[in-house]
Design a protein around this ligand. Structure first.
Ligand SMILES: [Zn+2]
Length: 421
């Protein structure tokens, strides 16, 4: 009879889990790129705001500096001019602040090339806030040492919207106006935007003539004695220093360098991340391949052994193969018993007490009445047999029992169905 003919059961191999794909690299790159665009845009925006402010503040500072110097320059100019005027003509009416009365006349002529744009025209001629007319001379007090602003506005009244021509000039009169006065030309174009005459243009030539009420006849030598009028710098406006988004990128290298640095950092960060993910995946893949190789080998061994086992038991009962005696049966716990009497396990019944160290063949020996299975006692409890009711050799677990259990285990292990058994 063949018993325990198989080697110890091998461990059933477990299929390793596959490593995850590195989808991270692409999405990570996209996310980084978007972040880069947003961050660099914010940077350019903040930088250009900062630069604008700086440029404006510098301009204001230099303007204030110029103005501070110019005030005394202007005062000196006025003092010298005033003294010169008084020395030339002590009766000449001029205030210490440089104010003189002028006669202002204005002449407005329509150009011959003008087209018809309508008949309801309004004309506005303005000198330092004083309206002047074509039809009569105006007497206006103007300062020699301040800018004189002359504005021309010609309007064609339209039911829908007025068509307006506009021109403005700003200049200092200076001492030169004392002698001959000043003449100024404005050319204003008024174009019709609606109606039948739409697109027509009328051109107007306006001549402003500003003459001092009292003329001061200056000789060439006297003229040369007058100082130069100090030019007033224009006050800087915050809007003059606007830096556009693309201008900031194109013109200022500090922005380019900063963006390049941010970009380089992003690229490095992306490369590092992608490399790390790739390396991890490579390692996981290698590990997986090794495990799979081992798994496949073990599965091959398992299959071969299973086939050998199936061939071995083919058509035969494992009871027979293990050599189990015909009168022996098995409980659900795989404990052997025989039939034919009222003992719980038949010939495999022994008697025990709760705390006893021995088991008995004879019911009631040493007060033992509890029925127990001999095999279970031998296997799990290591009790001695009673020397009074037991004779002969010590009990042993029969080899057919162990062979039978071994067959059962293999049937489970190789997943053989009852049919195959
Ligand atoms: Zn006994």
């Amino acid at each position: 009879m063949q018993k325990k003919s198989f080697r110890a059961l091998p461990e059933k191999p477990e299929k390793p889990s596959e490593p995850q794909e590195d989808r991270l690299s692409t999405s990570f790159f996209v996310v980084c790129f978007v972040c880069f665009i947003i961050l660099s845009s914010i940077f350019v925006f903040l930088w250009s705001r900062y630069k604008e402010k700086q440029l404006y503040q510098n301009a204001v500072a230099s303007y204030n500096q110029t103005i501070a110097g110019r005030e005394s320059e202007l005062k000196q100019y006025l003092d010298v001019t005033y003294r010169l005027i008084k020395s030339i003509d002590p009766n000449y009416k001029v205030s210490a602040t440089g104010d003189i009365f002028y006669d202002v006349t204005v002449k407005c002529e329509k150009d011959q090339k003008s087209q018809y744009i309508g008949s309801e025209m309004s004309y506005y001629f303005d000198v330092n806030g004083n309206q002047v007319s074509q039809h009569k001379d105006s007497s206006i007090n103007l300062c020699m040492a301040a800018n004189t602003v002359i504005t021309t506005k010609i309007i064609e009244d339209d039911p829908a919207s007025d068509d307006v021509g506009y021109e403005v000039d700003s200049f200092p009169l200076g001492f030169i106006a004392l002698n001959d006065g000043v003449e100024l030309q404005h050319t204003v174009r008024v174009s019709e935007s609606f109606g039948l005459d739409a697109g027509h243009v009328a051109i107007y030539h306006i001549t402003y003539s500003i003459k001092p009420k009292q003329l001061l006849r200056l000789t060439q030598t006297q003229r040369k004695q007058f100082p130069q009028y100090p030019v007033l710098p224009e006050k800087p406006l915050e809007t003059d220093f606007r830096i556009g988004f693309f201008e900031a990128i194109m013109e200022y290298s500090v922005v380019d360098i900063a963006i390049a640095v941010i970009f380089a950092l992003f690229i490095v960060r992306i490369i590092v991340s992608v490399c790390r993910v790739k390396a991890n995946n490579q390692r996981a893949r290698t590990e997986y391949n090794g495990k799979m190789k081992n798994y496949n080998h073990l599965m091959e061994v398992y299959k071969t052994e299973r086939e050998t086992f199936i061939r071995h038991i083919s058509g035969k009962s494992i009871r027979k193969l293990a050599g189990v005696p015909d009168n022996v049966f098995f409980t659900d716990d795989l404990l052997p018993y025989t039939k034919g009497d009222n003992r719980l396990y038949g010939d495999f019944t022994v008697y025990v007490t709760i705390y006893g160290k021995c088991y008995h063949k004879k019911k009631g020996c040493c007060g033992a009445y509890g029925q127990e299975n001999l095999i279970k006692i031998l296997r799990d409890h290591h009790m001695f047999h009673c020397s009074r009711c037991y004779t002969g050799d010590s009990d042993q677990i029969p080899s057919w029992y162990e062979a039978y259990l071994d067959y059962r285990k293999r049937i489970d292990f190789y997943e053989i169905t009852e049919h195959q058994e």
